[in-house]
Ligand binder design. Structure first.
Ligand code: OOG
Ligand code: NI
Length: 273
């Protein structure tokens, strides 16, 4: 019994438990997501998550092959791999045999393509980490963050700066618009949310992707959140909500992948504006 309990606390979380923890952390950083969730629930909608996204650094302590472990243990399988040359990122998506499980999208920053200064900052925070801290979603295992360091990372990579402050948490959840009863298209979804005052990420166009590409996506701009830096409190972009509409391929099967060209622009939802 004791053995069972200790094993359970170490790694036997179901994906539902991990995702539920990530959702409550995410809405605490993203009040817009909870507001949108509630607006749709008030219209009688049942919300289905298409996917949830995590970010990391490709350091041996934190790379994708570390972050993916709890998801693989929970039954997820690695599927598509994606490359983002300009942003110096790669990503991997995962699917679960249980069709109700949201897909998982994990990206990592290619540290070797950045300056020694950036690498120094990141090694300082990730070198001391134990694997359990990295995969204890959601987590930012390093304690103090400096606004000056955040600013210096921003100059090289929006992604690096965001990761430095927020760590291993879900940076967005995604509503699968296909499953909504009263909203038929992504255009309709966006128009409804804009009428409620939500602002969209328009980089690369408000709707990224086309029916021919089998995936259309849009996202709101990340909420602003007050963060406790060592220098004091500052407001910076936190997390965002995404909306996706998927289309069936020639075999009639709903496309389950991602489109790198669209994802490249979705990343910018957390950019400092
Ligand atoms: C991930 C951006 C890409 C998608 O659905 O294409 C993405 C991120 O912001 O970390 O989520
Ligand atoms: Ni996404």
């Amino acid at each position: 019994m004791i053995l069972f309990e200790s094993m359970k606390s170490k790694s036997q979380n179901t994906y539902q438990e991990v995702i539920a923890r990530c959702w409550s952390d995410y809405v605490s950083k993203t009040p817009s997501a909870e507001a949108i969730h509630d607006l749709l629930a008030d219209r009688g909608e049942h919300i289905v998550n298409d996917h949830i996204a995590f970010r990391t650094f490709n350091h041996p302590k934190t790379r994708i092959s570390v972050l993916e472990k709890p998801f693989l243990e929970a039954g997820y399988k690695a599927r598509g791999t994606y490359h983002f040359e300009a942003k110096k990122l790669v990503a991997q998506h995962y699917e679960h045999p249980d069709a109700d499980a949201p897909k998982i999208f994990i990206s990592e920053l290619l540290l070797e393509e950045f300056s020694p200064e950036l690498n120094h900052v990141i090694s300082e925070i990730v070198e001391p980490l134990e694997e359990e801290e990295v995969v204890a979603f959601p987590s930012r295992p390093w304690q103090n963050v400096s606004f000056e360091t955040y600013r210096s990372l921003l100059a090289e990579s929006e992604y690096a700066a965001w990761m430095y402050v927020f760590g291993f948490c879900a940076n967005h959840f995604t509503i699968l618009v296909n499953e909504l009863k009263g909203i038929k298209s992504l255009e309709e979804m966006d128009e409804f949310l804009k009428s409620q005052g939500f602002e969209f990420n328009i980089s690369g166009g408000e709707i990224k992707g086309t029916p021919a590409e089998l995936l259309e996506q849009s996202s709101i701009l990340a909420d602003k959140m007050e963060v406790d830096f060592v220098e004091g409190k500052r407001e910076i972009p936190s997390c965002y909500y995404e909306f996706a509409r998927r289309y069936a391929d020639a075999d009639g099967k709903l496309f389950q992948g991602f489109i790198a060209k669209s994802a490249d622009k979705i990343f910018e939802s957390t950019d400092v504006r």
